[in-house]
Design a protein around this ligand. Structure first.
Ligand SMILES: Cc1cc2nc3c(=O)[nH]c(=O)nc-3n(C[C@H](O)[C@H](O)[C@H](O)COP(=O)(O)OP(=O)(O)OC[C@H]3O[C@@H](n4cnc5c(N)ncnc54)[C@H](O)[C@@H]3O)c2cc1C
Length: 426
């Protein structure tokens, strides 16, 4: 009997594992590849949709989606949980079983530890997986080198809650435990970061909770940006009408250091601000796996892509979508990731079948709650012009300045969430 190199390594790997010996050579291949395979890294807003739509458009393509968790918790609406409006994270949580049973997506729960663009393989905690094309949608990681003192231990005392899950629960518990008359401090990083209006919605939801439960308390927002980066006029009116004396907003206050023992943050080494509860939202970049694979551009933070196919301009055969990519005028939002995933899926199918490409027609709406019953939004439609994604002039805009649509928009927002989570999980 003769053995090829791959089968030999597989046998060695299996034997070594069983005997508790170290593995020799490359990690064992997890699943043999058929004729056409796309691997998707990340089962969040971008990854689930890319995986599902490729299968819906072409059943001859095998799709393997690799995600470290067995479920996904949505960041959209997690601010409402922090503000006590939603009682638990269940309505924000999805599973992947229907992507498998309805669409035949092969879901692998594993950590992706490396990408080899030349060999067209990804390495995971469970073995290697080969691909013909790869979609990378890992979301964000933090630029901790720009926030001195903010390590894993500090995160447990000063949660970021910028990836939904245990951190979100921790921040809510801390807020609930804070004494009336206490101060919560929130830091906002310089843009671009995940969800431009997200920090200001969070401020609104925290203020809503304080007003109802701890009226002597206040919230200090230290924003590295000179002013509110999204829907500024609307947020300011909402805060004036509802939270006067509760939210103390301070622009151009870039926090660069934290002291979790003293429960204090430092504004560029000049000013110390103390809090009973401190929510540190650090500066961000593309998820670590994208950085390690050399997909980030000159800024070393975000991944440049072709505006039509979302194929990386750094590595052929790899597409980057969602927060990790540079999508021109599109903001880093779940709705953008959903739109990008669909156009990327359509063009991957075209590329793998030698068909014509389709140019993007993208959409985004970001709703933000101001109170439990009032929401505001910003919306736009996107297209490609001269190789760049631009907002179609006059295609969208923000909510009426007088809040006349706010009650209706709160209802639309809830329906948006329900629809998008169902789309991701069925
Ligand atoms: C508080 C808050 C509120 C928000 N509100 C809104 C809103 O109202 N509307 C809106 O549109 N957007 C909102 N967003 C933004 C939205 O959450 C993100 O833009 C969206 O999640 C981006 O999708 P993604 O696919 O890029 O990343 P994600 O959805 O984060 O998915 C990434 C997935 O990849 C997995 N992963 C990463 N690395 C690896 C690895 N090495 N191996 C295996 N798995 C890996 C992660 O576990 C994760 O499940 C909000 C964000 C925050 C923080």
């Amino acid at each position: 009997m003769t053995l090829d190199r791959r089968s030999f390594l597989k046998l060695v790997g299996a034997g070594a594992g069983a005997a508790g010996l170290p593995m020799i050579g490359r990690a064992a291949e997890l699943m043999p590849k058929g004729a056409k395979r796309v691997v998707v890294i990340g089962g969040g807003y971008g990854g689930t949709i890319a995986a599902k739509y490729i299968r819906m458009m072409d059943k001859s393509i095998e799709v393997v989606m690799i995600e470290r968790n067995d479920h996904f918790v949505s960041c959209p609406f997690s601010n409402l949980y922090i503000g006590g409006i939603i009682k638990d994270l269940n309505p924000l949580t999805i599973k992947y079983d229907k992507l498998a049973s309805n669409h035949g997506v092969k879901v692998v729960q594993a950590e992706v530890t490396g990408i080899d663009p030349a060999a067209k393989t990804v390495t995971t905690s469970k073995g290697t997986v080969s691909y013909d094309r790869l979609v990378v949608s890992p979301g964000i990681d933090f630029r901790l080198e720009e926030m001195k003192g903010y390590d894993a231990a500090a995160m447990e005392k000063m949660p970021h809650a910028w990836k939904a899950g245990p951190q979100t629960v921790l921040l809510r518990k801390q807020l609930e435990a804070m004494k009336d008359g206490g101060t919560m401090v929130m830091t906002v990083p310089l843009a671009p970061y995940r969800c431009p209006p997200g920090p200001y919605e969070r401020a609104s939801m925290v203020a809503h909770y304080l007003k109802a439960n701890k009226p002597k308390s206040k919230l200090v927002v230290l924003d590295a940006n000179p002013d509110i980066t999204s829907k500024g006029g609307l947020f300011k009116k909402g805060w004036k009408d509802n939270y006067e004396g509760i939210i103390d907003y301070r622009g151009a206050k870039k926090v660069t250091e934290v002291d979790s023992k003293a429960m204090a943050v430092m504004v560029e080494g000049l000013e110390e601000v103390k809090g009973d509860v401190i929510n540190v939202i650090p500066p961000q970049r593309a998820g670590q796996i994208a950085v390690a694979a050399g997909l980030v551009g000159d800024d070393k933070n975000w991944c440049p892509v072709n505006a039509t196919t979302f194929e990386s301009t750094k590595q052929a055969g790899i597409h980057v979508i969602g927060d990790a990519c540079v999508a021109g005028a599109m903001p880093k939002s779940g709705y953008s990731a959903n739109s990008e995933a669909k156009i990327c899926a359509m063009n991957i199918v075209a590329l793998m079948n030698g068909k014509e490409l389709t140019e993007m027609s993208g959409i985004n709406t970001c709703y933000s709650y101001i109170t439990d019953k009032d929401a505001i939004s910003v919306a736009a439609v996107y297209t490609v012009k001269e190789g760049k994604i631009i907002a179609v002039p006059n295609s969208g805009g923000v909510s009426p300045a007088d809040y006349s649509a706010a009650k209706l928009e709160a209802i639309y927002a809830e329906s948006w969430l329900r629809n998008i989570l169902v789309e991701m999980s069925t």
